[in-house]
Design a protein. Structure first.
Length: 175
């Protein structure tokens, strides 16, 4: 089960199907990372890209807080259908794309203020993901890229900030 922690749908519980074997970002980690985001941006005025969106947990949080320029990308069809169903039930404005995140980035022509990526913890292509985001012109000026990852990987040299909430790690990059 996951829970929206703030905004219009504060305390709303969302239960993803058990067959989606995913690990949603914890409330504590979400609260910490959203404190960083809300201190930097007016969420109602930014564009957000949620890569490896899984259950849609991060997208729902952005939408609940008033973000209307929001794109969620995941390769798993069952995940994107669950996000679609949930966003329709809650009348959220989330553009949902069922595609490999790296392929999406290679074809993308839009710019974003915040890019959030939460690949599976056994993901082994972090450097390509970081390169795709930072070397392409997809982050707006003063935009940030937030990468969620496990603690078992070497931290990256070019981060502007790193945060740890329990077993959840965030590396934050800018343009």
């Amino acid at each position: 089960m996951l829970r929206i922690i703030s905004g219009k749908y504060k305390r709303k519980k969302i239960i993803p199907p058990k067959k989606l074997k995913l690990r949603p970002t914890t409330d504590r980690a979400k609260e910490g990372i959203f404190n960083i985001i809300t201190n930097k941006y007016d969420i109602t005025k930014i564009s957000v890209l949620d890569l490896y969106s899984g259950t849609g947990n991060i997208s729902y949080e952005f939408s609940s807080r008033g973000c209307s320029k929001l794109t969620a990308v995941d390769i798993n069809y069952k995940s994107t259908e669950f996000i679609r169903k949930t966003k329709d039930e809650l009348n959220m404005n989330i553009n949902i794309i069922n595609k490999n995140s790296i392929y999406f980035l290679k074809e993308n022509t839009k710019k974003y203020d915040v890019i959030f990526a939460d690949p599976p913890y056994d993901y082994n292509n972090y450097q390509e993901l970081i390169k795709q985001i930072l070397e392409q012109d997809i982050l707006n000026n003063k935009g940030i890229f937030i990468l969620e990852h496990g603690g078992n990987i070497k931290l990256f040299d070019n981060t502007i900030e790193e945060r740890k909430y329990g077993n959840v790690f965030f590396s934050i990059f800018n343009k």
